[in-house]
Design a protein around this ligand. Structure first.
Ligand code: GUN
Length: 281
């Protein structure tokens, strides 16, 4: 039977609509500050879309585009200023930062109550103990997709490919909290293909085109492709060989139109959560 395509674009639009309706009930608009350092073209595209999302949701937004030559102290001072602003509920510093800047120190400088990316060690810790304030955007978006399509990770074997702080690690944690049995594979895993082929829910977040071939997908598995790669002809694609995987999967996410829009929608949801917290709601 053909796989059901998980429509991230449609679900993200629905999520943003709900966020926008709730935002209208607040005494003050949620406010998001996005900081971009340097001129990475992919980051530029992401930042522009975040601004558009804020407009759609009726949020106040500010964008800071700083040159790659920005000093660490300058960036920390900017974050510090934003931490103190009453009209700014969320602060997002787009990663990766240019060489020479200390990413860890910058993330640590963001007020945890404004950490809508859920990257601050305080929020990561809260997530690990099962008391999250914010949902990490990409893994949180994946969990929303599973919920929407009635896929319950409880008792399922969940295999996550990739162990980044942004996706792989928090993804495993959310699946674990949802009572999945989680295996995280990485560059030093010798039997990744076999482990992937044993998954009921397979999440790939490596960033390597063609990584997940059809033989790595179990019949009836749910396949979530988090990656956003460019192939030789510049076309956007994920880690998964889509046709081969779709022939065996029960559910599959496309790239584009899968996880990407959900990440953005979750950022809006987190900014709304932050605004409610800051307004004592
Ligand atoms: N770079 C790639 N993904 C993300 C993200 O979700 N947040 C931030 N701040 N930077 C990123």
């Amino acid at each position: 039977m053909a796989a059901t395509i998980i429509d991230g674009k449609a679900l993200a639009a629905k999520l943003k609509e709900n966020v926008s309706m709730e935002a209208q009930t607040l005494p003050r608009k949620p406010g998001l500050a996005v900081v971009l350092v340097g001129d990475d073209p992919a980051s530029r595209v992401y930042v522009t879309s975040k601004r558009k999302d804020c407009d759609e949701c009726g949020f106040y937004s500010e964008e800071y585009a700083l040159p790659a030559s920005t000093a660490q102290k300058e960036l920390l001072d900017l974050v510090d200023g934003l931490n103190g602003r009453e009209d700014i509920d969320g602060i997002l510093v787009q990663l990766p930062l240019p060489k020479g800047l200390d990413e860890k120190e910058v993330l640590l400088a963001i007020d945890p109550a404004k950490d809508v990316d859920c990257f601050h060690p305080f929020n990561v810790g809260k997530l690990v103990i099962g008391e999250p304030v914010f949902q990490p955007c990409t893994p949180g978006g994946v969990m929303e997709m599973l919920k929407e399509y009635g896929i319950d990770p409880a008792g399922k074997r969940c295999v996550v490919l990739g162990r980044s702080n942004i996706v792989g690690k928090p993804m495993g944690m959310l699946l674990l909290h949802a009572n999945g049995t989680v295996v995280t594979c990485h560059s030093k895993t010798p039997d990744m293909a076999e482990l992937a082929a044993s998954a009921d829910i397979l999440v790939s977040a490596v960033g390597k085109t063609g990584l997940v071939t059809g033989d790595m997908v179990k019949e009836g598995a749910v396949v979530i492709d988090v990656a956003m790669n460019r192939n030789e002809s510049g076309k956007l694609c994920g880690d998964v060989c889509y046709g081969e995987a779709a022939a065996k999967a029960s559910y599959i996410t496309p790239v584009p139109g899968g996880v990407g829009p959900m990440t953005r929608a979750m950022l809006m949801k987190n900014t709304l959560t932050a605004a409610k917290l800051h307004q004592g709601l």
